[in-house]
Design a protein around this ligand. Structure first.
Ligand SMILES: *Cc1c(COP(=O)(O)O)cnc(C)c1O
Length: 490
């Protein structure tokens, strides 16, 4: 299997090279040159880990059977996810199911990819003849850092350092990171905001002198960036897996179309759904749900992507984004024209806007998109709890509201799956407010109250934080991040 850059079709790479590189040197994203087929029929009798192996094997033909086996077992079969499994379905009514992707160690769907990627990366390094230790540098505003820490924890041949803004994360997020276990995990609080952290990491990646120093210590640098193919590919699996589960539970028949509703930020999760469709899964509509940051809604209406707009901080913060990077992959998949994609991306970075022109109808085919504002998010959490007794986190509620709009506008009652991207216990503040409760100050009291109100079990990873020992206390000034790295690796 060969991969090419969305901005240069002639830049061909094998899978392990793509995983090691992350982003192409021309700034493009890697996509497979041809999309392999998978018959969901072959998945019916398989476990989640085996389903993952089947999908991975189609793309990663330079990994051995044994390697893939160890990757998927480590990620999905060894207790990193709770007993409910990686992607269990809850039924809300005759035609709507919620796929709960939050049963992993950090209570959000990013675990699904970040449990697999850290196991793929050292193997990729080995295949490239690179026997150095891989040092992962991550800047986080809270969620990705924790998921990456858990993913890379004790993975041989890797070490991870996460930088977070000292005064910019929630109490729960701070506790999640500061109590992180694992011999190879490091966490540094930066006296600055998220942008300072991100800038600091970017500077280190571009610093040749720093790279040489690391090289001398037998260390190569990498990132757990969300545009890496190894973070997108694992998300394809749960589209297939949920479909297979629906067949097994006799909710649908093999061959029936299913719609998926995806709370969207960077367009990664929903693009994995597009890959599932290209691989042969019978998907009707991919319904893209945005919060008040609605740049994608306008895009899917009129073909113009215009990032020049106000940025809103919302109760669904993981979707607060103005530039949805993975949309670039859709533009390439539908147009096949690398030069055109490059021109649009140049326009986006120079002017903050691009227009698809004539090909727009082809690009939006199979997608439907709408938004959900703050008040609607809160009201949806309350409504769903009142009518179904089911508690959703704010990101999932955005998807739910958009699905209701979709039903109203189209009357399409095809069986649908709503991707639930985070546990309500990760956003107890907003959820309790939606349910009309006075919200206690303390994170754990909030969790206790949500349990009292909903009866939904408090997830183990949250319980473990109570009284957990603070293991990471390093603080650094924003200009000293390089020194902080050196002090750690020395
Ligand atoms: C990252 C994230 C999203 C957005 O996913 P994309 O792949 O960026 O579109 C939605 N919900 C939650 C909880 C997330 O963490």
């Amino acid at each position: 299997m060969r991969f090419c850059s969305t901005r240069d079709k002639n830049n061909l790479k094998s899978a392990h090279e793509v995983i090691l590189e992350g982003i192409a040197p021309d700034g493009g994203l890697y996509v497979p040159c041809s999309v392999p087929a998978v018959d969901v029929r072959d998945m019916l009798a398989l476990t989640y880990a085996q389903r993952a192996k089947l999908v991975f094997s189609k793309f990663l033909d330079d990994y051995t059977e044994e390697e893939l086996e160890s990757v998927v077992d480590g990620a999905y079969a060894n207790g990193r996810f709770d007993e409910e499994g990686v992607a269990p379905l809850a039924q809300l009514n005759d035609s709507l199911f919620v796929m709960e992707l939050f049963h992993g160690p950090t209570l959000a769907f990013k675990d699904v990819a970040l449990q697999a990627m850290p196991r793929l990366l050292p193997l990729a390094a080995k295949k490239s003849g690179n026997e150095t230790e891989v040092l992962i540098l991550v800047a986080t505003s809270g969620d990705t850092g924790k998921a990456a820490l858990e993913g890379f924890r004790d993975v041989p041949g890797t070490r991870i350092i996460v930088f977070y803004p000292a005064h910019g994360v929630s109490r729960a997020q701070y506790l999640q990171m500061a109590t992180q276990q694992g011999e190879n995990t490091h966490v540094v609080a930066v006296e600055g905001n998220f942008d300072d952290c991100q800038r600091g990491v970017k500077v280190l990646f571009g610093d040749r002198g720093f790279e040489k120093e690391m090289d001398a210590l037998g260390i190569s640098l990498s990132s757990a960036n969300s545009i890496n193919w190894a973070r997108l590919m694992p998300q394809i699996v749960y589209y297939f897996s949920s479909y297979a589960d629906l067949v097994n539970e006799e909710k649908i028949e093999l061959g029936d179309e299913v719609n998926f509703i995806v709370p969207t930020g960077n367009f990664g999760d929903i693009l994995a759904g597009e890959f599932a469709r290209l691989m042969g899964l019978p998907i009707g509509k991919l319904i893209c749900a945005s919060n008040s940051n609605d740049v994608l809604v306008d895009f899917f209406r009129n073909g113009t992507y215009d990032s020049r707009r106000t940025f809103y901080k919302t109760v669904s913060p993981s979707m607060d984004i103005l530039v949805s990077s993975n949309l670039e992959r859709l533009l390439f998949l539908r147009s096949g024209d690398d030069q055109w994609v490059k021109n649009l991306m140049d326009a986006l970075s120079n002017d903050g806007v691009y227009d698809c022109g004539e090909i727009f109808e082809k690009i939006r085919e199979g997608f439907w998109c709408d938004k959900c504002d703050e008040e609607q998010t809160i009201r949806t959490i309350a409504d769903v709890f009142d009518t179904c007794g089911y508690v959703m986190d704010p990101h999932t509620a955005v998807g739910m509201h958009v699905y209701q709009n979709y039903l109203k506008e189209t009357g399409d009652h095809t069986v649908s799956v709503l991707l639930s991207t985070a546990s309500p216990y990760k956003f107890t503040d907003a959820v309790l407010r939606a349910l009309g409760k006075d919200v206690p100050e303390d994170t754990f009291e909030q969790a206790d109250l949500l349990f009292e109100v909903s009866g939904m079990a408090i997830p183990e990873p949250l319980t473990q934080l109570r009284g957990a020992e603070i293991l990471h206390k390093t603080v650094c000034e924003k200009q000293d991040m390089g020194d902080a790295v050196k002090a750690i690796v020395d």
